[in-house]
Design a protein around this ligand. Structure first.
Ligand SMILES: *[C@@H]1O[C@H](CO)[C@@H](O)[C@H](O)[C@H]1NC(C)=O
Ligand SMILES: *[C@@H]1O[C@H](CO)[C@@H](O)[C@H](O)[C@H]1NC(C)=O
Ligand SMILES: *[C@@H]1O[C@H](CO)[C@@H](O)[C@H](O)[C@H]1NC(C)=O
Length: 404
């Protein structure tokens, strides 16, 4: 049983953790492998070519949300997993809400239905980017998938156009759920049963491939082992937040989902608490600082709460430096398109919300925490960018690679 909030103890490292002098904090990466590598290099702690730790007594913390919005969830998961397994006493990677849903979709027959009302793969915005599927199918299946994806993006373009006309969101699911419209109600799928059936079948097939790939690659297991809170260098790291009413006993329950049977993990009595820890936004609100103080009162050695989940242009500090909002929209896909899916690999007609291009440079900030002082770290062009770009562009057509 795991009684210490110092979750390191829960994953069997306990007292062997050396004293941490500095922490480099990387916010929500949202499936941007190019910028994921950029920020890891920017820490100065890891030589990604030699794959060695050069950070001495420092630690690297990832705030969660490795997946979705961009098309490289798999690559980001693999990079972060590789870092946590290669440098287990140095690298800490939190669970984010998107990661929790991604995991649920991969391991539960009903997907993330209990958490989100539907498997997140059925939402037509903000969750699994359609081009993500290209990472999980066989090379021989990619050409056909690309043409189906063009159809899907064309229909999504219609959805976005309608949103513009209505000046508000048009709730659309990939399937008909909650009585909402489905993507099949939009041209070119509308009134074309042949096209609809083919895409429908492909979507189901790709979803099964992704789920199986997550399990077979061990990434599902790795995600299930992500802690929901980490205590390090006088700071408490949580993806979403913790309400002021949180009890000491609940803090002790924020370790990883565990290593049991997946369906057992998700039916555990802790799930509501864990879901709140990855989604709560109350600490940013008007009464947020008093809630921050209540949580900090439970933790004598902790002076600061660091959160991801709620994006801004930069890292923000509030409540007299007791609260840090570390999600500065590091994913270029999110910066370009927000909650829309726009094609990267498939050069579909760029209309409406998809007219912007994904920036070449990484933007936003990471943070360095040392001696209780937090310093935002801006992005920086560096000589590795070009080669990182080529590697990250494995699935990107030559024409689009230049844009990245
Ligand atoms: C992990 O790092 C090692 C050493 O560089 C490399 O050989 C391996 O391909 C990496 N794996 C992943 C999944 O990135
Ligand atoms: C349905 O779409 C296919 C593929 O684009 C096209 O060949 C076919 O003519 C369309 N059918 C109708 C009835 O529009
Ligand atoms: C998609 O397929 C599912 C199951 O195979 C079916 O229930 C559903 O009606 C289909 N939807 C469309 C739009 O073809």
């Amino acid at each position: 049983m795991c009684l210490k909030l110092l979750l390191l103890a829960c994953v069997g490292l306990g007292e062997r953790i050396p004293k941490v002098e500095e922490v480099f904090i990387i916010g929500d990466l949202h499936a941007d492998i190019h910028c994921a590598k950029h920020w890891v290099r920017r820490s100065g702690y890891v030589d990604l070519d030699a794959w060695t730790w050069t950070g001495g007594a420092s630690a690297l913390v990832f705030m969660g949300d490795y997946v979705d919005r961009g098309p490289f969830s798999r690559q980001v998961l693999e990079l972060v997993r590789n870092l946590t397994t290669s440098f287990p006493e140095k690298v800490f990677a939190l669970m984010g809400n998107h990661d929790l849903y991604f995991l649920a979709d991969a391991v539960l027959p009903q997907g993330a239905r209990d958490l989100m009302g539907a498997p997140v793969q059925d939402f037509s915005y903000a969750f699994i980017h359609p081009e993500e599927y290209l990472n999980w199918i066989l090379p021989g299946e990619q050409a056909e998938a690309s043409s189906k994806l063009s159809t899907l993006f064309a229909a999504l373009g219609e959805v976005y156009a309608q949103q513009r006309r209505k000046r508000g969101p048009v709730p659309v699911m990939l399937k008909e759920e909650f009585g909402q419209m489905s993507i099949f109600d939009f041209a070119p799928l509308r009134h074309n049963a042949t096209l609809s059936n083919a895409l429908n079948q492909s979507l189901h097939f790709w979803q099964r491939r992704l789920a199986r790939g997550m399990r077979d690659s061990g990434l599902a297991r790795w995600l299930a082992e992500r802690p929901f809170a980490v205590e390090l260098a006088g700071a408490l790291f949580v993806h979403g937040g913790l309400p002021g009413k949180t009890t000491r006993e609940q803090l002790d329950m924020l370790g990883p989902l565990g290593d049991g049977d997946f369906s057992e993990l998700f039916s555990s009595g802790r799930l509501d608490l864990l879901h709140e820890a990855v989604t709560y936004r109350g600490l940013h609100g008007a009464a947020g600082c008093s809630e921050v103080d209540k949580v900090l009162d439970l933790l004598p050695d902790i002076e600061m709460i660091v959160l991801g989940h709620t994006p801004g242009e930069e890292v923000r500090r509030s409540c007299g430096n007791r609260l840090v909002s570390a999600d500065s929209a590091l994913s270029r896909y999110y910066r370009a398109y927000g909650n829309h899916y726009c094609p990267v690999q498939v050069a579909a007609e760029r209309k409406g919300a998809c007219r912007r291009t994904v920036a070449k440079q990484c933007a936003g900030q990471a943070s360095r925490l040392r001696g209780g002082q937090l310093t935002p770290v801006p992005s920086e062009p560096n000589p590795y960018e070009a080669s990182a770009k080529r590697k990250a562009g494995r699935l990107i057509s030559e024409a689009n690679a230049e844009e990245l």
